[in-house]
Design a protein around this ligand. Structure first.
Ligand SMILES: [Zn+2]
Ligand SMILES: [Zn+2]
Length: 177
């Protein structure tokens, strides 16, 4: 699992699952997502115990268009939204395994929370940041390649991509493993 593999947390990682009532409304803006988080989030970072909030919403992103959809977004420094309805739609419309979509999206967004690519301007390999798609990696096979958050990327994909060696070295330099 990516967290155990890459995060330096010898004390272990705990998952707390909460099911919330489905909020009203259709597509969500990120500010609506933040409102829901403010109301529903139960775990916060205390000292060395880092808490991450992951919201699997029934909805899709308000910025979606007929040609471009958002599968997930990392925001603040410990928050992720996964647009579960969008993942389900993409999965059924182009016959991609839902598990591959979910895992890739979640791991990619965690990559952003880990500071990839060059989010704080502190990457040791700053030259692999994609100048046309900032905060993403130029290496096409890498989990942090910008297209790994797009629908077309998943056509004919049968496995979850990994971080490439540059992203791993950057992560290790930031305290990961
Ligand atoms: Zn991204
Ligand atoms: Zn990379």
């Amino acid at each position: 699992m990516i967290l155990e593999e890459r995060v330096n947390k010898p004390g272990g990682i705990t998952f707390v699952e909460t099911i919330i009532e489905r909020p009203d409304g259709g597509s969500y803006t990120i500010s609506k997502i933040k409102e829901i988080e403010a109301e529903k989030r139960t775990q916060y970072t205390v000292g060395d115990d880092i808490a991450v909030f992951i919201y699997f919403t029934h909805s899709n992103a308000s910025t979606d268009t007929p040609t471009s959809v958002t599968l997930g977004t990392a925001y603040y420094n410990t928050s992720i939204v996964i647009y579960q309805q969008t993942l389900t739609d993409v999965s059924s419309s182009q016959n991609t395994d839902l598990y591959i979509l979910e895992e890739t999206t979640l791991q990619h967004e965690f990559g952003h929370l880990f500071g990839l690519v060059n989010i704080q301007g502190d990457d040791i390999h700053s030259n692999h940041e994609d100048n046309d798609h900032l905060k993403h990696c130029v290496v096409q096979d890498c989990l942090m390649y910008f297209e790994s958050n797009t629908r077309s990327y998943f056509r004919n994909r049968s496995s979850v991509p990994n971080f490439d060696s540059l992203c791993i070295e950057d992560l290790q330099a930031k305290g990961g493993k």
